[in-house]
Ligand binder design. Structure first.
Ligand code: SF4
Length: 466
């Protein structure tokens, strides 16, 4: 039998109709995650056509993108400040009730960022196809699922049919070997990979992250890596499920139980890429050579090791425009540049391990005067776990702003924004112009680097504070 990759196994198992030169494949979707921002138009189309949701039991809804993070607004003591957000919340409540879709509403203890709650519930499982109207759906690939973002129109297609039209991507192996040095995290690894591959290097491909470094990562770290696959242009990122995956999933509310659990694990063990299976492309990364990474421009591929200077311009107009937006110059050092805002959160780095990493730096220290440190847990469960471990007290003692869960300053739709011209050191995944607010300047980093920079008020190598 032909040796097959993890991607090929999952793709083939979900192919309802194979693609032809003229038509894309029809792919069955196991799990459809929806939220308040990209679902209203899709439900409107269903209503206008008189269609039901095809598989409501395979659809999960939450509220995250535009929801407030202030406790009094989340729990209804005062109205949601932004009218647009309040409307989206009400509309999703109405649509979920009308179409029989399970919704984790504003006050639900299971609510949170869509890519944080599905894994923590055990709804994300190996071998699944998972889609959501959000680019960073690739996060779920950490479990050996084929997971990718779709547009609002496609959200409607999946609601109506539980299927999606897709061209079959090619495969790309990112092989990472060696031990990550102290202070170098999964976020630094994926930023280094994007720096190496480029923001369009993965276009048309599904990346499989492989090698001893990847196998040594926890599930939370694997999610951080897969989350940013889209920033390398890839359709999705995947990691073969292994004992780390099974240990994370076992006992979670939506994971199989008893005999079904054992049968599932046996099935999932067969998903790993077969020896000798060919990939369309590959790169090799030596983890031991990596440093903490930081972006300096307006896409995640404009990234350097934190001790390195900003690369000099070669006369490329787009490069010069990006540096102009950031107020930086080629040859400048990144270290010691002043910081106005620090954001720790998002579906990239808003999980418990990320908050624990930030707390290691912040414990017994203070946020520098004039710096706003906003810490937003990825879900209400992460918030509860962090508070149980006393992390909130560490954060508040340091002078940080500790909030309810949501996407928050990752994209600033809920009013948590960065002012024009200000520098935001952020653990999120996109540093595009205006992503965190009109004119905001975003520098992507790990939670360690974010916390260290908050303490000093300047871009800081966290290794000196560990
Ligand atoms: S945190 Fe950011 S990237 Fe993640 S789901 Fe929310 S908006 Fe999308």
């Amino acid at each position: 039998m032909t040796a097959r990759t993890l991607f090929e196994k999952v793709w083939t198992a979900h192919e309802v109709l194979a693609q032809t030169p003229e038509t894309p494949a029809v792919l069955y979707v196991d799990l459809h995650l929806i939220h308040e921002v990209t679902s209203p138009q899709a439900f409107s189309v269903l209503k206008s056509l008189g269609l039901p949701v095809r598989r409501p039991e395979r659809t999960l809804a939450t509220m995250d993108h535009s929801t407030p993070t202030r406790t009094e607004q989340v729990f209804g003591e005062v109205p949601i400040a932004l009218d647009a957000a309040a409307r989206q919340v009400r509309e999703l409540e109405r649509n979920a009730a009308e179409f029989g879709v399970e919704l984790f509403g504003m006050r639900d203890s299971r609510r949170g960022i869509v890519h944080v709650i599905s894994p923590e519930l055990g709804a994300t499982q190996p071998g699944m196809t998972i889609v959501c109207g959000d680019s960073h759906t690739s996060t779920h690939g950490a479990f050996g699922a084929l997971a990718f973002g779709i547009g609002s129109t496609e959200v409607g297609h999946v609601l109506a049919t539980q299927c999606l039209l897709q061209r079959k991507p090619k495969t790309f192996a990112v092989n990472v070997e060696g031990k990550l040095p102290l202070g170098v995290t999964a976020k630094d690894l994926i930023l280094a990979i994007i720096g190496r591959v480029g923001v369009s290097g993965g276009t048309g491909h599904v990346i499989e992250y492989r090698g001893s470094t990847i196998r040594a990562l926890s599930m939370e770290q694997r999610m951080t890596v897969c989350n940013m696959s889209i920033e390398a242009g890839a359709r999705a990122g995947m990691i073969a499920p292994d004992d780390t995956t099974f240990a994370y999933l076992e006992g979670r509310p939506r994971a199989p139980r008893g005999a079904e659990w054992h049968a599932a694990v046996a099935r999932w063990q067969g998903l790993a890429t077969d020896a000798g299976a060919p990939f369309g492309a590959s790169v090799d990364i030596d983890a031991a050579t990596l440093e903490p990474m930081i972006t300096y421009g307006t896409n995640p591929g404009m990234v350097v090791p934190i001790s390195a200077p900003i690369p000099r311009s070669t006369g490329d107009a787009a490069y010069d425009k990006a540096l102009g937006y950031m107020g930086f110059h080629g040859g400048d050092a990144m270290l010691d540049k002043p910081v106005n805002v620090v954001f720790i959160g998002s579906c990239t780095n808003g999980r418990l391990e990320d908050l624990e990493a930030a707390a290691r730096i912040l414990k017994g220290r203070k946020v520098a005067p004039g710096v706003h440190l906003l810490i937003v847990p990825g879900s209400q469960q992460v918030k509860r776990e962090a508070e149980k471990a006393g992390l909130d007290e560490i954060f508040k003692s340091a002078g940080a702003d500790w909030r309810e869960s949501g996407c928050s300053m990752c994209l600033g739709m809920n009013g948590d924004t960065v002012a024009a011209g200000q520098y935001s050191v952020s653990t999120s995944n996109r540093n595009f112009e205006g992503r965190q607010g009109v004119g905001a300047r975003t520098l992507l980093v790990s939670p360690l680097t974010a916390a260290a920079s908050a303490v000093r008020g300047r871009i800081t190598d966290p290794r000196g504070l560990l």
